[in-house]
Ligand binder design. Structure first.
Ligand code: PLP
Length: 407
């Protein structure tokens, strides 16, 4: 039996909702997670009590806002075991973080003929910035061959990496297949040829302990809204030396040391990469989310997310006419599937009538859809407020969907 890790109706007000006459069964956390009351309260408190711009003014409110934002940065640095809060850059989310790395580091250090290694299971956010970088500098994209079950073998990466490889970039967890990629081993291969290792942590940071030093990666991107925090805030973490070497990409207030009519110099990290007024409330809300996750324990969350994904795989794969994508084990947090002869959008619509929220579509992973030879899939995704009861509700609704379309 897999019970929810939290008292859902106490902590997550939205989960009390009825949808189409049913209790809401929220299975779309890979798109965005729900928010606990403590996160909602932290944002409200900031606007009610301490609202001011950060870093600029010397008055009590401005100091309170600055301290609250910098405390959030410190919590996040500890959460991922960064060696310093200076390495934690606030962005709008994973997409902006990955674009920033491609611009800030890629534009400066890549040349024509250099190679970027990535996989076909990447989210568009971890493909297009590299496509664009490759076009700007004349670099080449090299795609890793996936195993038949959608996993990545370290040998397949080894064959692709050579002395022209400058960047290796991978999602730590696939948002479609639920596969957990061998990030540390791939980072080691990248470093052997002097390449950097970029990790898309959008689906891993919310679900498992993260240790950027131990995994010896170079950059990590993740989104607050998938880990109980607000939308519009995310993180770019990078090794300090690499961030120091890279160029800023957003120019304006806050990110400068000195400006004259013709030129400017840059502020110290992290301000160098945070031009303009940041999402202060978002950062504070993300700090509260990190406190909440820590209070539950990331190892417990990891066990829970894996348990639910593996159980859902087993139960869905047993339904006749249902195809489930990716490995049975190990997997975490997401299960993508199709019901023979029924379009995923129709599946999603019928499930909604049962109060179940899933996602249907290409999941911003069209190259992976081509690899799977499908146009789209349905996807159920789980988080700490889900239990095996939700899987049973899903299974019953899938059976009902099949009956509905048979008529
Ligand atoms: C693996 C992965 N990478 C990147 C993203 C993009 O995240 P965001 O839209 O928060 O920037 C997502 C979002 O679904 C994702 O699942």
């Amino acid at each position: 039996m897999i019970t929810a890790l939290v008292d859902i109706t106490e902590d997550f007000p939205i989960l009390k909702r009825q949808i189409n006459g049913h209790r809401l069964t929220y299975l779309d956390s890979a798109a965005t997670s729900q928010k606990p009351q403590v996160v909602i309260d932290s944002i409200r408190r900031y606007y009610e009590i301490s609202n001011a711009n950060v870093l600029r003014s010397v008055h009590t409110l401005a100091e309170e806002a600055t301290v609250a934002m910098e405390e959030a940065r410190e919590k996040i640095a500890q959460f991922i075991n960064a060696s310093s809060p200076r390495e934690v850059i606030f962005t709008r989310g994973t997409t902006e973080s990955l674009n920033t790395i491609a611009r800030a580091w890629g534009d400066k250090f890549l040349e024509a003929g250099d190679e970027i290694v990535l996989s076909p299971m990447e989210h568009h956010s971890n493909i297009i910035p590299w496509q664009q970088l490759a076009k700007r500098v004349g670099a080449l994209l090299r795609y890793i061959d996936l195993n038949r079950d959608g996993t990545i073998s370290v040998d397949a990466v080894r064959h692709l990496i050579n002395d022209r490889t400058r960047i290796v970039t991978l999602s730590q967890v696939s948002n479609v297949l639920g596969t957990i990629n061998p990030i540390s081993q791939v980072a080691k291969l990248a470093h052997e040829v002097g390449a950097i290792m970029v990790v898309d942590g959008a689906q891993s940071v919310p679900h498992q302990p993260t240790d950027v030093q131990n995994s010896d990666i170079d950059f990590l991107a993740f989104s607050g809204h998938k880990m109980l925090g607000p939308t519009g805030i995310g993180v770019l973490w990078g090794k300090e030396a690499l961030l120091e070497a890279a160029d800023p990409v957003v120019f304006g207030g806050e990110m400068i040391a000195y400006v004259d009519r013709e030129d400017a110099t840059w502020a110290e990290l992290p301000a160098k990469f945070e031009g303009g007024t940041p999402h202060i409330a978002g950062a504070i809300g993300l700090g509260a989310a990190v406190d909440y996750l820590n209070s539950l324990g990331m190892s417990r969350i990891e066990e829970h997310s894996r348990g639910l994904a593996e159980e859902a795989y087993r139960k869905l794969a047993n339904i006749s006419g249902v195809t489930v994508y990716g490995p049975a084990y190990p997997r975490t947090s997401v299960v993508a599937f199709n019901i023979s002869g029924i379009h995923p959008h129709d599946v999603s619509q019928v499930l909604d009538a049962h109060g179940i929220a899933i996602r249907a579509g290409h999941h911003c992973a069209q190259p992976l859809m081509h690899w799977l030879d499908v146009g789209s899939t349905a996807r159920a995704s789980f988080y700490l407020y889900n239990s095996d009861r939700d899987i049973d509700v899903l299974v019953d609704a899938i059976e009902a969907t099949k009956r509905y379309f048979k008529r």
